[in-house]
Design a protein. Structure first.
Length: 407
């Protein structure tokens, strides 16, 4: 779907969609619990559907309707399973150790950029604990076949690639008979995501202890059923907070003020920009998903904004640093990518332009918000990619007064 947007400020009220990060974790925990859990406020984005389908393949029973999933935990896992993760890095990295803990010989497949995204920490460490990998010889990581029953013990993991590897282990290790320890060999990036994992596991009766070097996990734990709602997503709310900075008037509802989500930082960031209009300097190691929309805001700040510690964005659905540099500069921005971030010189306004979404949901949504302040129409190619995380984004955009049409 290609769309052309006519610049217009947005106004009205929006209930932000449920957190994809929390939903992944609740679905997995419920599938590993002994009993039936009910999860409400669950949006069927492509990524979430991938996780539900994969947990079904591992033996859980999931029925879904009207944004509610009823999940019966795995009673017996199959000897073999094929798990299609589509483009979801979370699904892949969370479930490799889970499948191994269950003793299922699993083949993981995926599409888009997912086969090129790294799983190195697992390739390095899990073979020390009874697991073998079979991956292609062409440099891709998928399709990936894993065999063997995971055993406990010490897991030394590089925390600088993605927190998703830690989350995957935290789901798997409580299921093992032996106690385990995760030892970080480098500082953990995006720690708030691990905090979310621990919070979800706690709701399902599982305890994880944080240590000076990582995490301690007692083996033989039994997850208990839990029913609850998925809280609103601050990473999706960030687009509307940013729109308000750019002149829109949107009332944002459905968020948990006490959330563990790192992306809650968008509230304070926007308040500061609103108060002085000045450029910012942000270490985004814990808030990488905010970088695309923050780069849009930087174009309208006075001075030069700097985003650092975001190198991991080069291995997402696309190279998000290069993508935002390209998109915004085509629109008259002054953006320069660095090895681990962006430098954005304020320009006050952007011009209409034709740009690709790079098939990345966060690029498409960020540029749609940028379009509200453009001097001229903006064309976004492959805008349907928003279905990965926010399927009805453009319906909401139109309901708020956004003007666009398909071309």
């Amino acid at each position: 779907m290609d769309i052309i947007i006519t610049p217009n400020r947005l106004s009205g009220e929006v209930v932000v969609p449920p957190s994809k990060s929390v939903a992944h974790r609740m679905i997995i925990a419920a599938s590993l619990a002994n009993g039936v859990s009910t999860i409400t406020n669950l949006s069927p984005s492509v990524d979430i559907t991938a996780t539900m389908d994969c947990m079904r393949a591992l033996g859980s029973k999931i029925s879904y309707s009207n944004n509610t999933a009823v999940i019966e935990g795995i009673k017996s896992s199959p000897d073999k399973a094929v798990l299609n993760c589509h483009e979801s890095g979370s699904t892949l990295r969370f479930l490799i150790p889970v499948a191994c803990a269950l003793g299922t010989n699993a083949e993981f497949t995926g599409s888009g950029k997912l086969p090129q995204r790294p799983i190195t920490p697992f390739l390095d460490e899990l073979p020390k604990h009874g697991v073998t990998f079979d991956i292609p010889e062409n440099g891709d990581n998928l399709p990936c076949k894993v065999q063997g029953k995971l055993t406990g013990g010490k897991f030394e993991i590089d925390g600088g690639i993605s927190s998703q590897f830690i989350t995957g282990l935290l789901f798997a290790l409580p299921l093992l008979s032996d106690d385990s320890e995760i030892i970080m060999t480098s500082p953990l990036q995006s720690k708030p995501y691990v905090d979310i994992t621990i919070g979800v596991l706690r709701n399902f009766g599982c305890e994880i202890k944080e240590t000076k070097t990582g995490y301690s996990v007692k083996g033989g734990q039994k997850l208990k059923p839990f029913s609850g709602a998925v809280e609103g997503d601050y990473s999706q709310a960030s687009f509307f907070y940013a729109a308000n900075i750019l002149g829109s008037s949107i009332k944002i509802k459905g968020l948990n003020e006490n959330s563990l989500q790192g992306d809650k930082a968008i509230v304070d960031i926007c308040e500061k920009i609103m108060s002085n209009g000045k450029a910012y300097e942000l270490d985004c190691s814990d808030i990488p998903d905010l970088v695309p929309i923050l780069s849009v805001l930087g174009c309208f700040c006075k001075g030069t904004s700097r985003i650092t510690n975001a190198a991991r964005l080069r291995i997402k659905e696309c190279d998000r640093l290069a993508a935002m540099e390209t998109c915004l500069n085509k629109a008259g921005g002054k953006v320069k990518s660095t090895p681990d971030g962006l430098e954005i010189e304020g320009v006050d306004t952007l011009k209409g332009v034709e740009t690709d979404s790079f098939n990345d949901h966060r690029i498409a949504m960020s540029m749609a918000i940028a379009a509200t302040r453009c001097e001229g129409e903006m064309i976004i190619r492959r805008a349907e990619c928003v279905s990965k995380s926010y399927p009805d984004f453009f319906e909401v955009y139109r309901a708020l007064g956004g003007q666009f049409k398909e071309i």
